[in-house]
Design a binder for this molecule. Structure first.
Ligand code: HEM
Length: 209
């Protein structure tokens, strides 16, 4: 028997977010290439938009999708209690225990309940999303949002923060995809929302413990 545990809104916003992130990262690389911060550029093949103007149009258009979709995910996740249930609490002791288990290749990773490392990483990537939007605003409209730009230490530093945030999201995504390949049944649950009742029972037991 399979039990639905992941609401449709969470699944749909996750996949829209994955698409939006792909567009934002690749168009962002195109914008970066026009005026690199560091001593390298990205290969044109991985950029979106073809030239600075095209990349900028993609970046600013998809930005609205990313922000609207992110707000919907957060509002629904908080109001329905889903985020509180699946991602909290994150206790330091449990995190250290799960890191030890992961290093010994004994950490449970299954659909239906998140281990503490997953919880911490998902919370971190959601916070990174907030950092990307705020640092993006700071460099998009540095005059209108001057207090925000100042909070980031000025335009140049906000640009570096925006770049490093993107790099951190790419690292998360690489790890995330490795885990999906290692535990492919989680992919099915992110599409259908279902998980085997066995996993659900284990999740319920963990919740009570
Ligand atoms: C930058 C892009 C991505 C971000 C920021 C992201 C973020 C997240 C977050 C926060 C969750 C927890 C969702 C929740 O329960 O509310 C999640 C779960 C999941 N994501 Fe992603 N994701 C991204 C891309 C992808 C891609 C490309 C795939 C697969 C091809 C994928 C597959 C999954 C799966 C299968 C789960 C469920 C994991 C489980 O139940 O153990 N994600 N993702």
């Amino acid at each position: 028997m399979r039990t639905v545990f992941r609401p449709a809104v969470i699944r749909i916003t996750h996949w829209i977010n994955a698409f939006a992130m792909l567009c934002m990262v690749s168009s962002g690389m195109g914008i970066y290439n026009a005026h690199p911060i560091f001593d390298f550029s990205f290969p044109p093949a991985v950029t979106l938009g073809g030239w600075l103007g095209g990349s900028t149009i993609w970046h600013f258009a998809v930005m609205w999708l990313l922000v609207g979709n992110g707000l919907l995910y957060l509002l629904f996740g908080v109001a329905s209690g889903y985020l509180g249930r699946q991602m909290f609490p994150v206790r330091l002791g449990e995190l250290l225990r799960d890191v030890r288990l992961a290093l010994a290749f004994r950490l449970r990773h299954e659909s239906g309940s998140y281990n503490t490392i997953q919880k911490a990483l998902y919370i971190a990537v959601l916070l990174l999303g907030v950092l990307m939007v705020t640092s993006g605003l700071a460099i998009w409209k540095p005059v209108q949002f001057s207090p925000l730009t100042a909070l980031f230490g000025g335009f140049d530093f906000a640009r570096v923060v925006h770049f490093l945030g993107m790099a951190a999201i790419l690292c998360f995504t690489a790890l995330h995809l490795v885990m999906v390949i290692l535990v492919p049944q989680t992919l099915l649950s992110m599409v259908t929302g279902t998980s085997s009742s066995n996993h659900k029972r284990r999740a319920d037991r963990d919740e009570k413990a």
